[in-house]
Design a protein around this ligand. Structure first.
Ligand SMILES: Cc1cc2nc3c(=O)[nH]c(=O)nc-3n(C[C@H](O)[C@H](O)[C@H](O)COP(=O)(O)O)c2cc1C
Length: 173
């Protein structure tokens, strides 16, 4: 199967990590896939914090309402939107929509790249933004939008369900 399609179809969220560190060349590849996500007008309204420190990972797990599985991963990538960078060119549409779509695209790149390299990951969106801001000492224009633990998983989760195709798509032939 085409490797991109394979990754899209077979990637699954992981909530149980072994903690083995990632080799630096894999971390560099993951960083490249974040950098090369698309963005409106190529504004790239994002920053990424790579957290390997165990103490900081634990504090992020606490800020994620106690989802401590994220602290067990050797790496947590914190995806940060820069709404004012988008707003500078696109006003409210940039601030309220584009920068969130663009950081979501970057996040999906990361999940698929991690899968391709044989790692597991999980897109974690349930966290206290103020808590994550404090842990990472973020500025007022930096909005944390996703925490992504990446590492080796201890088992493969069952395939999650999806809404059936015939309910989802409407054809206008
Ligand atoms: C915006 C967003 C927020 C999410 N937040 C969490 C979260 O806080 N904790 C968690 O365990 N999973 C979270 N997930 C993962 C979803 O639960 C998961 O993608 C979904 O159940 C489908 O399963 P799959 O990823 O294995 O296909 C989130 C996913 C997205 C896209």
């Amino acid at each position: 199967m085409n490797p991109v399609i394979e990754a899209i179809l077979n990637r699954r969220s992981c909530r149980d990590f072994t903690g083995d560190p990632l080799p630096e060349e894999h971390v560099e590849l993951l960083k490249e896939t974040l950098r090369w996500a698309p963005s409106a007008g190529n504004r790239q309204p994002w920053r990424f914090v790579l957290v390997r420190d165990r103490g900081v990972r634990i504090r992020l797990g606490e800020a994620a309402y106690g989802q401590m599985f994220i602290a067990e991963a050797p790496l947590i990538v914190v995806v940060i939107a820069l709404p004012e960078v988008s707003a500078k060119r696109y006003g409210d549409r940039g601030r309220g929509l584009y920068c969130l779509q663009e950081t979501a695209a970057a996040t999906q790149n990361l999940l698929l790249a991690a899968h391709s390299l044989g790692y597991r990951s999980c897109w974690v969106g349930a966290f206290d933004e103020g808590g994550v801001r404090r842990v990472l000492d973020l500025g007022p224009d930096e909005r944390p939008v996703a925490l992504v633990p990446v590492g080796n998983g201890t088992y493969t989760e069952a395939r999650t369900d999806r809404v059936p195709t015939k309910k989802l798509f409407r054809d206008i032939p």
